[in-house]
Design a protein around this ligand. Sequence first.
Ligand SMILES: [Zn+2]
Length: 451
Amino acid sequence: MDLVEEFLELGKNVTVTNLVELLRVLRRRIPGRYLPKNLKDLVGIDETDTKNIGRHFWSWLNKQKWRKMLPRPFPVEVVLKDERREVPNYLGTWHLHLPGDLIHSMYTYDVDLFRDRWLGPPGALEQFWNAQRETEWFKMHPILSNPDVDLRTHFPILCHGDDADSHRRRSFCVCTIASPLSISRSSWDTRFPLYIVDNTRALNETFDCLDAWIVHGLCELQEGSFMDVDVYGRPWARGKHGRICGPYTGVFVALKGDQKFLQKCLKLTTSATSELVCMYCKAKNHGDLIYTAFGPSAPHRECLVSNVDFLLEGCRPNSWIRLPGFHLSRVLTDWLHLIDLSLIPEVSASALIELTEDDSIWPGDHQDERLRMAFVQFTSECKRHGVRNRGQIFSVKQMYPLGKGNYPTLVQKHFNGAEATVLAKWLKGVTLAVAAANPASEHCALGHGGH
Ligand SMILES: [Zn+2]
């Protein structure tokens, strides 16, 4: 995400100062041997030649293959705000990629690239649809359930949204599409941007309008051919006709994001602070269905929200639910936010506090010293995985941000997803070894699925 930050910041204003800063950041953050060929050319630009640096940058940019592959961004009129200049909200232009334009552009640029990124390896498409065949969503889907449709020509599309910080000062909402079938590569290679919005300039209405266009675009993609009517039902002379990507048709299969993004898109009536806390079930903040009652037999598991209930009561009117084939079961929460950035820091802190209660694992006269030893080991584990560890040295004080009587936690902003994954894997190794060495302990029993 660091690089995205730099590009986003740059997009605001391509000035000599910004370009020099970008080149410096690239050199500092990526060691030369890890730089891909096309970025090497960029880093090679002479930053001391301030007269020509802009020209060199644009000439580099225009040579990039991905630039040729992307369509011209589509301008839409949206309500924007500009609090810094103290002007009232105004109607301005924002650019986005319509899903149909994007996929059409990839298809005509290089059909093999299109197949590789959207259809996945041989057999993946059929396997994907077969795995869904028995779900309520599939059976009710207007395209997928049609026996006359050849699913070997229909590919799934996943829509994803998240915020990206820029230097922790400004934040941008980034909405992308990707294929759940593409083999795992860097997300730079598999996700394609639909829109990027500066959150300080956006109102709810801004996103409503952008989402209306995105959903219109997804609808068009499911239709298979370019539409000639715009989002307001007006005739739309856009200079494109016919099939979007030859014999293929893209089908929306999931909307994925963190709570903030889903709240914004779907206008959920449930939230962490309201009485009903969950969009999938009727878990509440109080009473019998209280959400903190965990376990396989927790009462709220008996009252899952149906798709119809969700449409009637779980959300307020929004564009997404009008997309043919929309189903609550296809709204997915972001694993990164749920597990990597929330659960892992909490359980890791508990484990670390317990593991450093005596000096049987890490030496040291005080717990803080033992925690420091643990941190040194964690740091070398990060190095081994090529992950930069930006966290603070573990200490008792840091683990109890809410005071000693509360539960321990590692403050989330110190971690990114990659660090959290290394932390969890490393601590799993440590705790399993400790449990194995103490067969009579309750931890050992837990590890074997005991009581
Ligand atoms: Zn729930």
